[in-house]
Design a protein around this ligand. Structure first.
Ligand code: GLN
Length: 397
């Protein structure tokens, strides 16, 4: 007799992001699929983590996170995001941005409530809303510049809509929402009395357009939950330290959810994020310059082998169309590239409301050490010349 399992996990599946990453690790390929960001973290951040462990910062913290970190987050939110917040009541430190998003969705959505998401989307946003019984309603972003039709956004709203999810800079498109776009979204949210949940984990990784936080608009302030964290900015994706900022009433409820699920974010790593937030401006300038170089290297490589990349305005991903007729689907392309040259990507179909819309595309991550990105690009170039060797093992990369 089969043991009973919950309805909500009957059709749950490992994400394509993780699937291709796992196959890649097993075969020793170069992983441009999952955005693991396997680059060295800043010494100040690592040292602070080590010091915090040595100093026995090992016990539960306040359920909203340590007070010094919340104060530092409030300063950063004011100076970088343009959002004034009270560190005592309007900030909660979470287990990564994913933990923040889970608590935010649970605190705002009842089963059956609708949540608007732009497509292409980050699949974890969609899947999480669905797991808790919410209904995702999509609004398309149109390539090449990933604009949306405000009328389509308006039309997506129903009496059950409770929330609009924003992800800027966006995964997987690299879209950086403009102030004008965010104002339109905010105006709609005010008109329809909706929450805005904005995942800004790539906020420091922008190339040409500035990052704008919708929560900085006075009209949107009380209805916006702004999420970010340490993962991408300090290259510590496995540390799982994030945070969410929003109105005191909702944050107090969300903090209790955070406590129920996780108790608190890892204590020593909260001290490490505190050190990260103290890094000087040059750190961010250098990081952006480094990503800009890596973006160019990957874009040049993809163009040289006949792909058509959509050059991202931010984040460390890009979507690229593979040459027409070369493969029958995005999955076939991802599998062939992994098998022939040992480079993992994610099929574009994993990011679209209508998977067929992404079936000519692959997502590439360029948050890699330079040598690994060069190696990946050298391998990708073999796709053009047809000199595909059996993949040499690189160990368990
Ligand atoms: N955000 C990263 C990505 O999109 C990885 C997160 C994850 O593994 N889900 O690849």
């Amino acid at each position: 007799m089969r043991l009973p399992i919950a309805e909500r996990v009957r059709s749950i599946q490992q994400s394509d992001i993780r699937r291709y990453s796992a196959i890649c690790a097993a075969m020793g390929g170069v992983n441009l699929s999952q955005g693991v960001c396997d680059q060295p973290a800043p010494a100040q951040v690592k040292d602070a983590a080590c010091r915090a462990i040595a100093a026995d910062h090992a016990t539960y913290t306040n359920l909203r996170g340590i007070a010094e970190l919340r104060s530092a987050i409030a300063r950063k939110m004011r100076d970088f995001n343009g959002i004034e917040c009270d560190p005592e009541t309007e900030v909660c430190v979470t287990v990564g941005a994913a933990g923040a998003f889970a608590c935010a969705a649970l605190a705002t959505l009842n089963p059956g409530d609708e949540c608007i998401t732009f497509s292409p989307f980050y699949s974890y946003h969609v899947n999480l809303v669905q797991v808790i019984g919410g209904k995702v309603v999509y609004v398309d972003l149109h390539p090449p510049d990933w604009t949306f039709d405000p009328a389509a956004l308006e039309a997506a709203c129903t009496d059950r809509t409770r929330m609009i999810v924003i992800n800027t800079p966006a995964n997987p498109t690299g879209k950086v929402f403009s102030a004008a776009e965010l104002k339109q979204i905010a105006a709609l949210a005010v008109r329809r009395n909706l929450w805005l949940v904005t995942d800004e984990i790539y906020e420091y990784i922008t190339y040409d357009k500035p990052h704008v936080s919708v929560g900085s608009f006075p009209a949107a302030r009380e209805r916006t939950l702004t999420i970010s964290g340490a993962s991408k900015t300090y290259a510590v994706t496995g540390w799982r330290v994030g945070y969410v900022v929003g109105n005191a009433d909702l944050i107090s409820r969300l903090a209790v959810l955070n406590d129920l699920f996780y108790i608190c974010a890892p204590a020593p790593l909260q001290h490490a994020l505190l050190a990260g937030l103290a890094l000087p401006e040059e750190y961010y300038t250098r990081m952006r310059a480094d990503y800009r170089r890596k973006r160019e290297v990957l874009v040049d490589t993809l163009r040289a082998i006949g792909f058509a990349p959509y050059v991202p305005e931010g984040s460390y991903y890009l979507l690229a169309a593979y040459p027409k007729g070369r493969w029958s689907s995005a999955r076939a392309a991802a599998e062939a590239i992994l098998e022939q040259v040992g480079v993992a990507t994610v099929p574009g179909s994993a990011f679209y409301r209508n998977p067929a819309d992404g079936d000519r595309q692959l997502r590439f991550c360029f948050a890699k050490k330079s040598a690994d990105l060069q190696e990946a690009c050298a391998r990708l170039r073999r796709l053009a010349t047809g000199t595909c060797q059996p993949v040499p093992s690189r160990g368990n990369a």
